[in-house]
Design a protein around this ligand. Structure first.
Ligand SMILES: [Zn+2]
Length: 470
């Protein structure tokens, strides 16, 4: 193993949408952060493996997709090595995190020399300044820096950020616990939510630009990524995050910056890899390879320095076992653990768990440009058939539905290139006989696609074969 000379900085912007990242110098609203970070490699087709913080950040740090690590609950540590552990030996390893999902219970701190969790937004940046000053010129360091500024746009703190961006405008309002449903928001306020969010992301970018000033860019490899995005499409019930697998949540900004003096070969390979589809799980193997550490075999990700041709037929997986967004915009904690935001929504959630919901699973298979979203639902015995009530209340897409014993599945296939808004389900109106071909032709191989509902695992192949004739 060669002596690593470069530092590694991994920045995770929580809940930062891809279309907020002004990566191009030609962007209309220039970003102080990305302007300063130039030149970098941008991965336009990077997908998260989960639509909320705990499973997504676990994937970033472990290189394992959410379906494989299954880390959707807060009752145990991840139990898998993370980047900090792989970098054992020569690196000083420091982490600063800003979201409750990343506290000590995850087990992440065990892989770092120092690990700080701060609930407020400015403290991580203050601590980072201190850390970067202290570590300057010593051992190479690995710095995992997580900021929750975009995530918290629905909180009181966003008022300050809003005024920074719109000094003459005092129409900021507190979204608060309504962030999950937008309940009771008049149209005028609904139209304003995005501006409040945008002001928060802008504030974060300014903070990150100042953060970059403290880093020796000639000696440091920087990766910037979001764990997932955020939804603002009220009419289609695609708001907030978790419980859905659309691209407003899964498609994330991801950039890598190498020092100019890094091997030419690495620059060339990353430049070529920008055209590929990739996942947040690829960050760990790529960073390890860039500092000449061995890439572990037991992970889902693969290094972006590997030849492009091997990525052609790759299928990326994303999953959520914890939340489900209903067409009413209500977000359920579907698998019995966890809390909702208010007593009333907790009670409704509990009632749903006792009656209709026994187990849900949301899974997406992405083989660019196609994405298959499978929503599966394990119904209680007294719901004997596909009751319209159940279907209409629980599923976004009711076409086509497939029944397999006591499990109902909704299948949605989208062409992300032709239909980036994911409006047209390519499987609409597809008969049982052609369902398999319609999916198989685009996704490549159904036999490896598995849906895992709590206590029940079956292949998509089996489900599709048993689809009702239409
Ligand atoms: Zn998050």
């Amino acid at each position: 193993m060669a002596q690593p000379s470069y530092n590694l900085v991994l920045i995770v912007a929580d809940t930062y949408r891809k279309d907020n990242a002004a990566l191009s110098p030609a962007a209309e609203l220039r970003s102080p952060f990305f302007d300063k970070l130039q030149p970098f490699y941008a991965f336009d087709r990077c997908f998260s493996s989960a639509p909320w913080t705990l499973p997504a950040c676990a994937s970033i740090l472990s290189g394992i997709d959410s379906s494989s690590h299954g880390y959707f609950f807060h009752d145990r540590p991840l139990g898998r090595p993370t980047l900090g552990r792989y970098l054992n030996g020569k690196f000083q390893k420091v982490a600063i995190v800003n979201n409750r999902n990343l506290r000590e219970f995850t087990g992440f701190p065990g892989d770092f020399d120092k690990y700080w969790y701060y609930p407020k937004h400015e403290e991580p940046f203050d601590r980072a300044r201190q850390v970067l000053t202290d570590t300057a010129g010593k051992r190479p360091f690995f710095f995992f820096f997580h900021t929750n500024i975009p995530h918290d746009y629905f909180r009181e703190v966003s008022r300050d950020y809003y005024r920074e961006m719109f000094p003459d405008d005092h129409d900021w309002f507190l979204l608060g616990a309504r962030v999950g449903t937008w309940t009771g928001l008049p149209a005028q306020q609904r139209a304003k939510v995005r501006s409040i969010y945008d002001a928060s992301t802008r504030h974060m970018e300014e903070q990150l630009a100042a953060f970059l000033e403290l880093i020796d860019l000639d000696q440091t490899i920087i990766c910037f990524v979001a764990d997932h995005g955020e939804g603002f499409d009220y009419d289609r019930a695609r708001i907030h995050h978790g419980g859905r697998l659309h691209d407003d949540l899964l498609r994330v900004p991801m950039v890598l910056r190498l020092p100019g003096g890094a091997p030419r070969e690495y620059h060339e390979k990353l430049a070529a890899a920008q055209e590929q589809s990739c996942g947040i799980v690829d960050i760990l193997p790529t960073l390890l390879q860039l500092v000449e550490y061995t890439v572990p075999e037991s992970i889902s990700g693969r290094s972006l320095l590997e030849p492009v041709s091997t990525g052609r037929n790759r299928i990326l997986v994303a999953e959520d076992k914890r939340y489900l967004y209903r067409p009413t915009r209500q977000r359920y904690n579907v698998n019995l653990r966890g809390q909702n935001t208010s007593l009333w929504s907790r009670l409704k959630n509990l009632a749903a768990q006792k009656t209709l919901i026994r187990g849900f699973n949301l899974k997406a298979y992405i083989r660019y440009p196609y994405k298959l979203i499978i929503t599966s639902y394990h119904h209680p015995p007294y719901v004997s058939s596909l009751g319209t009530l159940v279907a209409e209340n629980l599923f976004f897409s009711r076409d086509p539905l497939v029944q397999l014993e006591d499990i109902i599945l909704s299948l949605e296939l989208f062409d992300l290139e032709a239909d980036p808004m994911e409006s047209h389900n390519l499987l609409s109106g597809t008969s049982r006989l052609s369902l398999r071909n319609e999916i198989g032709d685009r996704l490549g191989d159904l036999t490896h696609m598995v849906v895992d509902i709590v206590g029940k695992t079956f292949s998509v192949e089996t489900a599709v074969q048993r689809a009702p004739a239409q």
